[in-house]
Design a protein around this ligand. Structure first.
Ligand code: UDX
Length: 441
């Protein structure tokens, strides 16, 4: 029998492409044939991340971006894009509507899954009678936060654990407002869009899923997380020296420090992190990324003072391989959702330093789960070296780390035990929507 075909359209950013790929692999394991649409450079990146065993079940389809230079996925974000292009990204993506229409007409898929940032694409699918489902590539806690303020403005959010300070809220709202085009076309979205796939699992934020389902407005369907066999990747890129260095460290003695693919530390932030690491006395691996054209550097003499206690990786690190290593005892992270899930997967306690977007809420969700400590900022909302050093020491040297690790390992167990059941749920919803559509034709 011919496989059912699903076309997928992720948004052009690393943090979105990664969960789409994860979902593609899971659905292909369930017997679907997958077609992922993206721009040529993004597709070459996606191709490199697809294990060989999926070569006959995951296919790639090119979409060309008019008026936008081709950039790799970690630059196709409002944060990483050059200023003059920020405003044009969403508009440009919308201009690919005719291309998507052509692709869907040619492939005649049974189903379409699109990024919630690209709501307009549901209208294209609907015009061709193709049932569809939107994918919110972060978690239900974030979704419930936005949902609450969208539908119940002025009312208090019922989950105080996710409380956000004013400066965090301002930073997040500003960034999201930049992406305001997301809201266009909302009215035209079909009834099936009450279903929302989320990149999470019941054991992490089940109560927020229940809250959303209880509103009767959003039926949340978790896709679960990825199994490590497919996910660790980067084997050939692993720095042998780095492994040797890690091998010399004692168990859980070292922190891994990274702020994801989109955020670039300012000069002041770079200094606070550097001095925080230095003062903590704890061994570390720090991924330092510089934005092109910016004059941000490590403090003078930092590398010399640190010596063999720290490793600086400029650019990109084999993150999952590092987190998996037993010498790593804590992850100083911005709490991007993918990094957070990887920390759960590998049982590494989180030292949270959220920067923007959903990150402050993700951090609080992890604190609520008992698997993270958050580094407090000063009264102006700035990073503070003393607080950074204190929290790192707590997690690596005190009992705090052991307690967090126990809870993290339990959470990881629960997440893994729900994987198959949650994917059963996803497949059921897809089948239901396909059947419903057939019934209406
Ligand atoms: C973006 C947003 O910034 C974040 O708020 C949202 O939750 C997801 O989209 P990003 O900043 O890229 O995410 O962070 P994250 O979600 O943590 O994803 C980063 C990914 O890149 C992870 O899978 C991580 O393993 C990988 N990575 C990052 C590396 O492999 N090496 C690196 O050096 C840095």
């Amino acid at each position: 029998m011919e496989k059912m075909r699903i076309v997928m359209l992720p948004y052009l950013a690393y943090g979105h492409i990664t969960p789409f790929l994860e979902l593609a692999k899971k659905l292909s394991n369930r017997g679907f044939s997958i077609h992922i649409c993206s721009s040529p450079i993004n597709l070459s990146f996606i191709k490199a991340k697809i294990p060989e065993k999926y070569s006959s079940s995951i296919h790639l389809v090119e979409i060309h971006l008019p008026n936008l230079p081709e950039l790799p996925p970690h630059h196709h974000t409002t944060n990483g894009l050059p200023n003059h292009l920020k405003q044009t990204l969403f508009k440009t993506l919308k201009m690919t509507k005719p291309q998507l229409h052509q692709i869907l007409s040619d492939l005649k898929p049974d189903f379409f899954i699109y990024d919630i940032m690209l709501l307009w694409s549901a209208v294209v699918a609907s015009s061709l009678n193709i049932p569809s489902l939107r994918f919110y590539t972060v978690n239900a806690a974030i979704f419930s936060y936005f949902f609450h303020f969208y539908f119940n403005p002025g009312e208090e959010f019922p989950f105080p654990a996710l409380y956000m300070r004013d400066y965090e809220l301002a930073k997040m709202t500003h960034e999201v407002a930049d992406d305001a085009e997301v809201e266009v076309d909302r009215d035209k979205v079909t009834e099936s869009d009450k279903f929302v796939l989320v990149h999470s699992t019941k054991s992490i934020d089940g109560k927020y899923m229940d809250y959303l389902c209880g509103t009767g407005q959003a039926k949340v369907v978790p896709i679960g997380t990825e199994s490590p066999e497919d996910g660790v990747g980067d084997v050939d890129k692993i720095d042998i020296e780095l492994v040797k260095w890690l091998e010399k460290k004692t168990e859980h003695s070292t922190v891994y420090v990274s702020f994801g693919s989109e955020y670039f530390l300012s000069k002041e932030e770079m200094e606070e992190v550097a001095y925080g690491l230095e003062v903590s006395g704890v061994d570390f691996i720090w991924v330092v990324r510089y934005q092109k054209g910016e004059q941000v550097e490590l403090p003078q003499g930092f590398k010399e003072r640190i010596g063999d206690r720290g490793r600086i990786i400029e650019g990109w690190a084999p993150q999952q391989r590092i987190l998996k290593h037993s010498s790593i005892g804590g992850f100083v992270t911005h709490c991007g959702w993918n990094s957070t899930l990887e920390s759960i997967e590998f049982g590494v306690p989180i030292i949270a330093m959220p920067m923007l977007y959903d990150q402050p809420l993700n951090a609080r969700l992890m604190v609520e789960n008992g698997v993270a400590v958050e580094v407090p900022r000063d009264e102006k909302g700035n990073l503070d070296r003393v607080n950074i050093a204190e929290k790192i020491k707590h997690v690596i040297r005190d009992e705090t780390g052991e307690n967090l690790r126990k809870k993290m390992n339990n959470l990881g167990e629960n997440v893994r035990s729900q994987r198959e059941e949650e994917m059963d749920g996803v497949v059921k919803v897809i089948q239901l929507l396909i059947d419903e559509k057939k019934g209406t034709l």
